[in-house]
Design a protein around this ligand. Structure first.
Ligand SMILES: [Zn+2]
Length: 415
């Protein structure tokens, strides 16, 4: 028994999709439902790949609306870290459930997360029916490197047991909150266990200046000197990477995830140099960052900001084409992130049906409309691993999830 969608439109052609065991078993004109299949008549809805959120802190939905218009460091030190010290498993679970609900509603079915109580996030992801690469944030700027290492090892073991939808990662917060020794230890562990490293890098100009002052190297070269740049490394932000760093990152096979809306909201003063990254051959994905600093998880909205920021910074409307921006948002330009597979037989049965009556999509090229006209509101149906998570824009259980997340935010003095 599988799921069959008929009457969808893919690249201008009317097609059906049959899904079995979480994968696409058949796709194309004339594909029909098998006896016993769950059947969806798409009514000429456009069929597209889902979005992939390459960097977020899902449970930070609890912090939404309490950013206080502060710069990055005071925001972290005054608003975020003191409250995070009080978080428990249930807070993170419901914050992450809320995030997953928003992602499903707006067409994201896979994300990369870095947050406290990662097992609670993983549980929320599994209960929501989507997939994530999850890591506990690692810090040792409190001087407790030993405690950090124990936490890292324990979380890798726990996360490895949580099923196929959850991939574990090591998530050192940044080069300014994790010591040189610990970063070297993380790099070795990543290689031994074959798990990714997910780290914030080159987010602010001050981070670069401090890194050069402390180590005589710019951030990417510093990480490379510790063995932490490799094919399993995901660098979030990269706003201040220079050309030599981008070439180094490309040579090492790392992935950079740009978070344009969070960067603009926290006013980091620069734009990730996408054209130079592309020229160097860097794998690039798109992220929202946490709802504490965005505040939305609607990646279609962030996609517009990404494309506009690139055009504006380059003073050229040709800086990025709509189809290329869309490919970045689905993960097609960054294989490590785990999305972006073409909708073909054998690929994971992850896809979206867009509202056939959406005014934003009625006229003109689909890729251009998705980047510049659409928001997550155009998503009608979300399918992940062959399961229908949302149909007709209605997500089952949404009211309960919002209510429980609000209760947890109140407990923390945030709502
Ligand atoms: Zn972040």
């Amino acid at each position: 028994m599988g799921l069959t969608v008929t009457g969808a439109v893919l690249d201008g052609e009317t097609v059906g999709v049959r899904c079995e065991d979480g994968r696409i078993a058949a796709i194309g004109p004339g594909v029909e439902a098998a006896p016993g299949d769950e059947a969806i008549a798409a009514g000429a809805a456009p069929l597209v790949a889902p979005l992939l959120n390459g960097h977020t802190h899902a449970a930070m939905t609890l912090f939404r609306g309490s950013g206080g218009d502060l710069p990055l460091m005071p925001w972290l030190e005054e608003r975020i870290w003191p409250v995070e010290a009080k978080l428990d498993d249930e807070d993170v679970y419901w914050g992450a459930r809320l995030a997953c609900a928003e992602m499903v509603r707006t067409g994201t079915t896979r994300f990369w997360d870095m947050y406290w109580h990662p097992e609670a996030t993983a549980r929320a992801v599994a209960d929501a029916g989507i997939a994530a690469t999850v890591g506990a944030p690692l810090f040792d700027h409190d001087g407790n490197g030993e405690g950090m290492r124990e936490r890292a090892l324990a979380s890798l073991d726990h996360l490895a047991e949580l099923g196929p939808a959850i991939a574990p990662a090591l998530a050192p917060h940044s080069i300014y909150t994790v010591s040189e020794d610990s970063l070297r230890w993380i790099a070795t562990l990543s290689a031994e266990r074959e798990v990714p490293i997910h780290i914030h890098l080159a987010e602010t100009e001050r981070e670069v200046a401090d890194c050069v002052a402390a180590h005589g190297l710019r951030p990417a070269a510093y990480l490379d000197s510790l063995g932490a740049l490799g094919e399993r490394t995901v660098l979030a932000h990269g706003v201040w990477l220079d050309r030599a760093e981008l070439e180094l990152i490309a040579a090492r096979g790392c992935t950079v995830v740009t978070n344009p809306v969070a960067n603009m909201k926290l006013a980091v003063g620069g734009v990730f140099p996408y054209p130079a990254a592309r020229a160097a051959g860097v794998a690039v994905g798109l992220g929202s960052d946490g709802a504490g600093s965005n505040d939305s998880l609607d990646l279609l909205a962030d996609l517009k900001a990404f494309a506009l920021a690139q055009k504006h910074a380059a003073a050229s409307p040709a800086a990025i084409a709509a189809g290329e921006a869309w490919a970045v948002a689905t993960g097609a330009q960054a294989p490590l992130l785990g999305g972006g597979e073409r909708l073909t037989v054998g690929a994971p049965a992850d896809f979206l049906l867009l509202r056939p009556d959406a005014p934003e999509l009625g006229i003109g090229e689909l890729a251009s409309n998705l980047v510049y006209a659409a928001s997550g509101a155009v998503v009608d149906t979300t399918v992940a691993a062959g399961r229908v998570l949302m149909r007709g824009g209605e997500l089952p259980g949404m009211d309960g999830i919002v209510a429980r997340a609000r209760e947890r935010a109140r407990r923390l003095g945030l709502a």
